[in-house]
Design a protein around this ligand. Structure first.
Ligand SMILES: C[S@@+](CC[C@H](N)C(=O)[O-])C[C@H]1O[C@@H](n2cnc3c(N)ncnc32)[C@H](O)[C@@H]1O
Length: 231
């Protein structure tokens, strides 16, 4: 079958495009494997793992590095281990805040972690075998935690990048968490921003803030929200 000059050109372009696509896939896989290779060898393994997840899912991960020990401690200090009941951590990532909660003396059996990323979930299961890890969407708590909590929670601790979500989604999340918590229980949240992820003027909550945690990259602040009128 003889082809016209135009068809020849089209065929050639198609072949070139196929070649470029194959190359692009191979390069992407090679970069992925290189990063995994670094992860295996590096003593900064969590940072690499985190960075790879950031490249793959920038809006979900929403940070350039895991929280440092100082920030994780400030968050954990807002949870009183003497108050009984489950404690839920949303978006634990590689687990720095989980570690701080355990170091504060919280029994691992009281902790439930909700994480969306399957790789982070696998890592958390390895790292914290006695903690309950739920792979699911933290912005849909009634479904994600259905049948998981058998009594009202003593606290929620969140590392979710809230500013990547519209205000309505953030408020819905807080309402869903309040429905699952004891009266006056804290919802602890960190942010890199200068303002609260939940507007302070919001009538249904009481908000308090930590000082800026400078020993973190980037520096951060911790906000604690409680339901207004629960005292
Ligand atoms: C900013 S990182 C914080 C990680 C960790 N808490 C820390 O302080 O290093 C946000 C984490 O939230 C998780 N995440 C984002 N959206 C989520 C969702 N809808 N449900 C559950 N986890 C989510 C990400 O996978 C990531 O682990």
């Amino acid at each position: 079958m003889s082809l016209s000059p135009l068809e020849h050109i089209e065929r050639r372009i198609e072949r070139q495009l196929r070649f470029i696509e194959l190359k692009r896939g191979a390069i992407g896989r090679r970069i992925g494997w290189r990063l995994r290779d670094f992860e295996q060898k590096s003593f900064k393994r969590d940072e690499f793992r985190f960075f790879r997840s950031l490249i793959e899912k920038p809006l979900t991960v929403g940070a350039v590095a895991p929280s440092g020990k100082a920030l994780a401690r400030v968050m954990a200090n807002y949870v009183d281990p003497r108050v009984p009941g489950p404690i839920v951590e949303l978006g634990p990532g590689t687990g720095p805040v989980t570690e701080a909660l355990l170091a504060r003396g919280i029994d691992p059996a009281r902790l439930t972690l909700v994480e969306y990323d399957p790789d982070f979930c696998a890592l958390l299961r390895q790292r914290f075998p006695a903690v309950n890890i739920v792979r699911g969407d933290a912005y849909n708590l009634p479904q994600t935690l259905a049948g998981v909590l058998h009594e009202p929670a003593a606290a929620f601790v969140s590392g979710l990048p809230l500013f990547n979500k519209p205000l309505k989604t953030r408020l819905d999340l807080l309402d869903q968490a309040f429905d699952l918590m004891k009266p006056d229980a804290p919802f602890v949240q960190f942010t890199y921003h200068a303002i609260s992820p939940i507007p302070r003027s919001h009538g249904r909550i009481r908000a308090e803030a930590s000082g800026r945690v400078w020993r973190n990259f980037p520096p951060a602040q911790v906000w604690v929200y409680r339901k207004a009128g629960d005292r």
